[in-house]
Design a protein around this ligand. Structure first.
Ligand SMILES: NC(=O)c1ccc[n+]([C@@H]2O[C@H](COP(=O)([O-])OP(=O)(O)OC[C@H]3O[C@@H](n4cnc5c(N)ncnc54)[C@H](O)[C@@H]3O)[C@@H](O)[C@H]2O)c1
Length: 484
């Protein structure tokens, strides 16, 4: 049976935003799946999109798109900071997404041979939910070609679904990565709480995708270091300090160093927790090398590379499903919409600038875990409560002449609104991270950025869209889910 299908009873329904259809059915009796439940299309040798139905046999399919060099004289200026081409070969799963695109360019600019793997499903979520990024992003293929022209560096593309093990194993064998950075998951807590279908899809996509990555490394690249994006949300909000991955517990006269207890606050967070357990187990059982980056909430949009050309611009989500707190507040301020603080606003989390995300990932790559080792880093630079963020935006907005209002709205989530929070985050700093802290001038530039794209803002998309308590077993009508 296909490695990416759930089966219970005679057939199983797995929500499939990849194909824009509600369910992909798999017969438990025959093990056959619908042809439409395959990975997406890929690039052939001629650089053309090819559907899975018309693909050539495996051995002839080992070529991915190479982005050609252009003559140096035609290139815009970009400081390729020490690019040497002699670095680790890095496969970036989820390289079309917010963190993945910025990281792919950051590494490529520094000489790491990079292969992006992505099934473009993030663009499908937007199409299905009627959402859009604030920024006008071009297709991944255009982005990659433009990067080739701007930088003279190659970017390989493999378009496909990592839940399709055949696709993933071919991609790994073709590229032969020294490191796989895995960003390629459904990453929105609200999305996972819309309805049963999307809860199942999220856990299937994330847990099975990661399991496939672990098996692909074991089978085809056992020395490859896996750098996996987890989230600080895995820890929840315990009433004690949060350690980096492990905690020493003394119990009934005995002591042990154990994985820090996890308390996910959504089906998305729970998928990440399961990933972490699978990683930890695989490092023990198969002696794989893995680093789990428990990332905080990322803000900002620009990096040195994404600003090198308008077509390299990153995505910027501000809607009630994919928009993260600070980025969403900035857009609200730009359109005179009150900043929507959920409940009391005491919810405190770790945050980091996207320029630090790319640097943290590079540090994790350059300092790989050993075979058999499971490293965990808490990847954030500062803690803020939602009220802290709202105050900062209000203050900075006033300097730009914006009359920013703050409104408390009923909290759609089930979470503590006033709690202790103190999370350790020293490992990446010890490796050399020099954080970009949230400063007034960054808020100013973000506010100006949002004002620049004001015409693209749809205010209907920025209110809280999904209520944790109302998630049901029936497929939600999207118009209702968004407009609630
Ligand atoms: N953005 C944040 O604030 C944040 C915070 C903490 C952790 N993270 C984690 O970082 C990672 C990246 O987040 P992001 O904000 O860049 O998300 P994103 O949605 O912008 O990007 C994810 C990318 O993965 C791709 N993808 C998803 N499922 C796939 C599959 N089965 N096969 C191939 N590609 C697939 C999507 O098409 C998309 O391009 C996620 O794992 C997320 O959980 C993000």
């Amino acid at each position: 049976m296909s490695s990416h299908s759930f089966v219970s009873g005679s057939s199983a329904g797995v929500y499939s935003p990849r194909q824009g259809q509600a369910y992909a059915l798999v017969s438990a009796k025959t093990g056959q799946r619908s042809p439409s439940n395959r990975g997406l299309s890929r690039i052939n040798k001629a650089g053309q999109l090819q559907s899975s139905a018309t693909r050539q046999p495996c051995r002839e399919r080992r070529h991915s798109l190479q982005i050609c060099n252009v003559a140096a004289a035609e290139r815009p200026t970009l400081n390729l900071n020490g690019a040497s081409g002699s670095q680790a070969r890095v496969m970036i799963i989820g390289g079309d997404g917010y963190c993945g695109w910025a990281t792919a360019l950051h590494l490529s600019a520094r000489g790491y041979p990079v292969c992006i793997v992505d099934n473009l499903v993030r663009r499908n979520y937007d199409a299905q939910l009627g959402l859009d990024t604030l920024t006008p992003i071009v297709s991944l293929h255009q982005r990659a070609r433009r990067w080739g022209e701007v930088s003279g560096q190659h970017l390989d593309l493999q378009i496909g679904d990592i839940c399709d093990f055949e696709f993933l194993s071919e991609a790994v064998q073709a590229f032969k990565p020294d490191t796989i950075v895995h960003f390629g998951e459904q990453r929105s807590a609200p999305y996972s709480m819309i309805d049963r279908a999307r809860a199942v899809y999220t856990q299937h996509n994330n847990v099975i995708g990661t399991l496939n990555v672990l098996f692909a490394i074991k089978e085809f690249a056992p020395d490859c270091h896996l750098v996996k994006l987890g989230t600080m949300g895995e820890y929840g909000t315990p009433n004690i300090d949060i350690e980096e991955g492990f905690i020493t517990i003394n119990h009934n006269g005995r002591s042990d160093r154990l994985p820090y207890p996890k308390q996910g606050g959504s089906f998305y967070h729970l998928s990440k927790i399961h990933d972490s357990h699978n990683l930890h187990f695989a490092t023990k059982a198969w002696k794989l090398a893995a680093t789990d980056l428990n990332q905080g909430v990322v803000y900002g949009v620009d990096t040195a590379e994404t600003t090198a050309h308008p077509q390299l611009i990153n995505r910027y989500d501000y809607d009630g499903i994919f928009g993260t707190a600070l980025n969403r507040f900035v857009v609200q301020a730009a359109v005179d919409h009150p900043l929507t603080v959920y409940g009391k606003g005491g919810q405190t989390r770790g945050y980091l600038d996207i320029r630090d995300t790319v640097r943290c990932v590079q540090l994790a790559i350059d300092n790989p875990a050993q075979r058999g080792e499971f490293r965990v880093y808490n990847q954030f630079t500062e803690q803020f409560s939602v009220n802290d963020l709202a105050s900062i935006i209000k203050r900075q907005g006033a300097k730009l002449g914006l009359n920013v209002q703050v409104a408390s709205v009923p909290n759609p989530r089930v979470e503590a609104e006033d709690h202790y929070y103190n999370a350790k985050h020293t490992h990446l700093v010890e490796l050399g991270l020099e954080p970009h802290l949230l400063e007034d001038n960054l808020i100013d530039s973000l506010l100006n950025f949002a004002l620049q794209y004001k015409d693209r803002i749809d205010v209907n998309l920025i209110k809280p869209a999904v209520d944790w308590r109302k998630a049901g077993s029936r497929n939600a009508m999207m118009s209702a889910a968004i407009a609630k």
